[in-house]
Design a protein around this ligand. Structure first.
Ligand SMILES: *Cc1c(COP(=O)(O)O)cnc(C)c1O
Length: 390
């Protein structure tokens, strides 16, 4: 048996040992075990399926309570939520926004939608998140403050915001990052799309920065079919988020008056109904996903050449997607492992292509990305559905 066959077979065995027997294992499937049918049916029965209805208000209130923030504004998806949050943070055409290269493409796309350019920074193996120490070096050496605004020395453009991403549900070091960004006058918008239910130093993610963003896409920890939300503790920002995502319509009994360029980014009531039901299950979802991660950790503990990623002591993660990191010595066998597992109907997939390597972003400025490149080459996501753990 060749070495890679050996490694693949060992990984397969460890995965199967952690999971209940199934014919196939999806990467992540939604679970509908609560009031989903009832709530959606009531939308249909009462005719409130679109952009007006009681579930939208209820979902926003329940979500804010769950995420421990003052306000939640729901909308069509996480990408739209990011775009609006960035605009509200003052990001304008010609600005630059710091963002890890190791994230889903939507994080950078939302920056581009604002007419701004991503400036790609490195990630840390500590939590898959933005490497705060390296970001400090970058800001100190490559920016200067001009009239209170942080400016990129090379491009001459304002560095308006930073978007940390809580990758796979593991929070970034938000305390250190906020301190750094405060020093440089840079707004922080958390991409918490993967991290509902995750905590850092005891505090739920999403309430650290100026605003944050959630996604309720079908593959996230809970789903509304499609959907997103902007979270904030700032009343004025929440009011503006609602206004911009509802075509900037001025409330009036019958007149159509829109006082600025807004968007039709409202979440339909029928999706919010699904959201209310799913949110009732979130405590249970997080508990089960954490239990699944523990099973994987036990199962992989004795296996050489790989490390199952376990949260740092400061974190309490939702383990949205479980991650297995190959040691440097066996990184060359990654594709053989992927082929072996997927051929056996165990859906395992590599992490994202670094965004700076995608055609629309190759011209953007990048810091040294050694950490992100290593993680991208070595990391596999394992089946992580809630139903895989009792
Ligand atoms: C899912 C996701 C998004 C986008 O959310 P959508 O609701 O699919 O638009 C953005 N960033 C990250 C890191 C994500 O995983």
């Amino acid at each position: 048996m060749s070495l890679s066959v050996n490694l693949s077979a060992n990984i397969e065995q460890a995965i199967r040992a952690a999971l209940p027997p199934r014919e196939r294992y999806a990467l992540h499937e939604p679970a509908f075990a609560g009031n989903e049918w009832d709530y959606v049916k009531s939308c249909l029965d009462e005719g409130w399926v679109s952009s007006v209805g009681a579930f939208v208000d209820r979902f926003e209130a329940d979500l804010a309570a769950f995420a421990e923030v003052n306000y939640a504004v729901v909308c069509v998806n996480g990408t739209a939520a990011l775009q609006v949050a960035l605009q509200l943070a003052g990001v304008r055409p010609g600005d630059e926004v710091l963002v890890p290269a190791l994230t889903f493409v939507a994080t950078a796309n939302s920056i581009a939608y604002c007419g701004a350019a991503p400036w790609f920074v490195d990630s840390s193996a500590h939590d898959f998140g933005l490497d705060v120490a390296k970001l400090r070096e970058l800001l100190v050496s490559q920016t200067r403050i001009v009239d209170g605004v942080c400016v990129n020395k090379q491009s001459g453009r304002p560095v308006r915001a930073c978007v940390p991403v809580h990758v796979f549900g593991h929070a970034c070091r938000m305390d250190d990052l906020l301190e750094l960004c405060d020093e440089f006058g840079i707004a922080v918008i958390e991409d918490a799309t993967e991290a509902l239910g995750s905590r850092y130093r005891g505090r739920h993610v999403g309430g650290w920065g100026l605003a944050s963003v959630l996604s309720f896409n079908g593959n996230k920890i809970m789903t509304t079919g499609g959907g997103g939300a902007i979270l904030t503790n700032n009343a004025e920002l929440a009011r503006r988020a609602k206004h911009l995502t509802t075509t900037a319509k001025v409330p009036h009994a019958y007149e159509y008056v829109h006082d600025e360029l807004g968007y039709n980014y409202r979440m339909p009531n029928i999706n919010a109904a699904l959201g209310c039901a799913q949110l009732e299950l979130m405590g249970e979802f997080v508990r089960r996903k954490r239990a699944l991660a523990e099973r994987y950790a036990t199962s992989f503990a004795e296996l050489d050449d790989v490390r199952f990623y376990v949260e740092p002591a400061t974190h309490e993660s939702n383990y949205w997607l479980n991650a297995l990191v190959l040691d440097a010595a066996v990184v060359g066998q990654r594709d053989a492992v992927l082929e072996h597992l997927n051929a056996r109907r165990i859906h395992v997939r590599p992490i994202w292509t670094l965004l700076c390597d995608l055609p629309m972003y190759t011209a953007c400025q990048s810091d040294d990305l050694t950490g992100a490149r290593q993680l991208a080459a070595a990391t596999l996501n394992l089946p992580s559905s809630v139903e895989l753990c009792p």
